[in-house]
Design a protein around this ligand. Structure first.
Ligand code: H79
Length: 445
C-alpha cells in the first residue's frame, strides 16, 4: 500500500512537472493587459552593433561572420547622434503609446550595461554609455511604456549549445552547456527587471524556433533543448508582476505568456508561412517594419506609405490586435528622416481619427470584404471602410444590437440605415469616401 501511494505520488509530481501548474496572472498583470489593448500602437526599434554594417540584424548569420571578427564591431559603435529624448518624441508624435527596444538580438550583444558579460554597450564600445538607461528614463518622463525584445537564440555565447538551425558558422567550439547559457540569460533578464531601468512593460522573446529543427517539430511545439520557459517566465513575473510576456515562437502560446504576437501578418493571416498558429484569447499584437528590414539596411528603399500604415493599423485594431511598427535606427543613433516623415503623417491622421482606434476592441462582426470594425464599450461601433463597396449601400451582416443612429465620422453627417434580421444596411449617399479609411459610427442602445 505504502509503495502504491509512493508510486502515485511520484506519478502526480511527474505530471505536475511535465504539464506545469496553471499560470494565474496577477491583478497588476491583468490591468496591464487592458492598458496594452487600449494602447493599440507601438514603436519597435531594432538597434545594435549590426546597424554599422547597414545589412539588417541577421548580418552575422547571413555573412557567416565568426565571433572573433564580429567582436570588432562594438569598437566601431559610437552613436554620437543618439538622443533618447528625440526618439521618444518621434514615437509620441506618431501617436504611439509604447516602445519595444532590442535589449539583445540574436547576435548576443547587450544594449545595456550588463555585469554578467563585458559584451555590452558600456564596456565594449567607445560610446561607453547605457543607451537603454537613457531611453528608460525618457520614456518614464514622457509616459511611454517600454518593452524589451530579448533573443533566446544567441550566435555569440559559447554555451548556446547544442546549436540550432542558425549561427552554425560563427566559429564556436562544438561543445557547451545549455543550462549554463540559460542561467546567463536569466541573470541578464534579472538585471533588466531589477529596477535599474524602472518599470519594464514587458519582454518580447524571439528565437525559440531556432531549436525546432523542422516544421513538424515546430507545430508540435517541440524543441531539441529544454528552454525552461516557465522558469524564466516565473522569474520575470516575480521581479515585475505587471510585465507582459510574449514570445515570437509562431506557435500556440505557452502557459505563462500574457500576449500573443504575429510577425508581418494580421492575426488569422499567414503570408510568409510563419503564422500557422491559431489566434488565442490573449491580447494580440502584430509587428511590421516601415520598410522591408528590421535592423538598419542601407539599401532598403521599400518604404511603406502613411496610407498603407494607417490601413494596416486599422486592420489590426479590427482584428483586436495592436500594431508594433518597426524602425531600424542608423549606427549614429539617428532615426532616418524617411521613417520620421511617415510616422508623423500617421500621427496626424491619428489626431483626428484615433478615437476610433485607441481604447477600442475588435468589433462584433468579423473582417468583411469592405473592411473591419472596432468598438468602444458596448454601444459605440466604428465601421472602417477600407474598400469602397460596389453600390452605395454598405452591408454589415449579422449586426444584431438595436441601432439608434448612424453617422459619418468625418463631418458627423447622419446617415440613413435599415436594420433587418440579416444585418444592417447603411446608405453612403453624400459620404466623402477616403482612400485611407472611411469611418462610419454606429450607435446602439
Ligand atoms: O527581430 C526580427 C527578426 O530578426 C526576427 N524576428 C523579427 C521581429 C526573425 N527571425 N527570424 N525571422 C525573423 C524569420 C527569418 C527570416 C529569414 Fe532572413 C530569411 C532569415 C534569413 C532569411 C530576413 C531576410 C531576415 C534576414 C534575411
Amino acid at each position: 500500500m505504502k509503495r502504491l501511494l509512493l508510486t502515485g505520488f511520484i506519478c502526480l509530481s511527474f505530471l505536475q512537472i511535465s504539464f506545469g501548474q496553471a499560470y494565474q496572472p496577477s491583478p497588476e498583470n491583468l490591468a496591464a493587459r487592458q492598458w496594452f489593448q487600449d494602447a493599440r500602437y507601438g514603436l519597435f526599434i531594432h538597434w545594435g552593433v549590426y546597424s554599422i554594417l547597414g545589412d539588417g540584424e541577421w548580418a552575422m548569420n547571413i555573412q557567416n561572420i565568426p565571433v572573433s571578427a564580429y567582436e570588432k564591431l562594438p569598437k566601431f559603435f559610437n552613436p554620437t547622434a543618439y538622443d533618447a529624448k528625440r526618439w521618444v518624441q518621434i514615437a509620441k508624435n506618431a501617436g504611439m503609446k509604447y516602445i519595444t527596444l532590442t535589449s539583445k538580438h540574436h547576435d548576443g550583444f547587450a544594449m545595456w550595461h550588463s555585469n554578467v558579460s563585458p559584451y555590452n554597450i558600456v564596456d565594449a564600445t567607445p560610446y561607453k554609455k547605457d543607451v537603454l538607461k537613457q531611453l528608460a528614463d525618457e520614456c518614464e518622463k514622457e509616459g511611454i511604456k517600454l518593452f524589451l525584445y530579448h533573443s533566446h537564440l544567441d550566435w555569440h555565447h559559447p554555451d548556446y549549445f547544442p546549436r540550432g538551425k542558425t549561427g552554425r558558422q560563427t566559429g564556436r567550439p562544438e561543445s557547451g552547456d545549455f543550462e549554463k547559457y540559460l542561467q546567463y540569460m536569466d541573470a541578464q533578464l534579472t538585471e533588466l527587471l531589477s529596477g535599474r531601468y524602472g518599470k519594464i512593460a514587458g519582454i518580447w522573446f524571439d528565437g525559440w524556433w531556432d531549436q525546432a529543427l523542422d516544421e513538424h517539430e515546430k507545430q508540435a511545439r517541440k524543441t531539441h533543448v529544454d528552454w525552461h520557459l516557465r522558469r524564466t517566465y516565473d522569474l520575470i513575473h516575480r521581479l515585475q508582476p505587471a510585465a507582459l510576456i510574449g514570445n515570437n515562437h509562431h506557435v500556440t502560446p505557452f502557459e505563462g505568456e500574457d500576449f500573443q504576437m504575429f510577425e508581418r501578418d494580421l492575426p488569422g493571416q499567414n503570408t510568409f508561412g510563419y503564422n500557422t498558429s491559431s489566434v488565442s484569447q490573449l491580447p494580440l499584437e502584430t509587428c511590421e517594419t516601415l520598410n522591408g528590414s528590421w535592423g538598419f539596411d542601407l539599401r532598403d528603399q521599400r518604404y511603406k506609405s502613411p496610407e498603407q500604415i494607417v490601413r494596416y493599423l486599422v486592420g489590426a485594431a479590427g482584428r483586436n490586435a495592436n500594431l508594433l511598427l518597426n524602425v531600424g535606427p542608423m549606427p549614429n543613433g539617428e532615426i532616418q528622416p524617411e521613417f520620421v516623415e511617415r510616422l508623423e503623417a500617421v500621427g496626424n491622421w491619428l489626431k483626428t481619427h484615433g478615437e476610433t482606434i485607441y481604447g477600442t476592441r475588435g468589433g462584433i462582426i468579423p473582417p468583411q470584404e469592405w473592411g473591419v470594425s472596432t468598438k468602444k464599450g458596448d454601444t459605440r461601433h466604428f465601421l472602417h471602410v477600407l474598400k469602397k463597396p460596389a453600390t452605395n449601400v454598405l452591408f454589415v451582416p449579422n449586426f444584431m444590437p438595436k441601432v439608434s443612429s448612424v453617422t459619418a465620422f468625418e463631418g458627423k453627417k447622419p446617415l440613413k440605415f435599415k436594420q433587418q434580421s440579416e444585418g444592417l444596411f447603411v446608405y453612403l449617399d453624400g459620404v466623402a469616401m477616403s482612400d485611407w479609411d472611411t469611418i462610419i459610427e454606429v450607435q446602439t442602445k
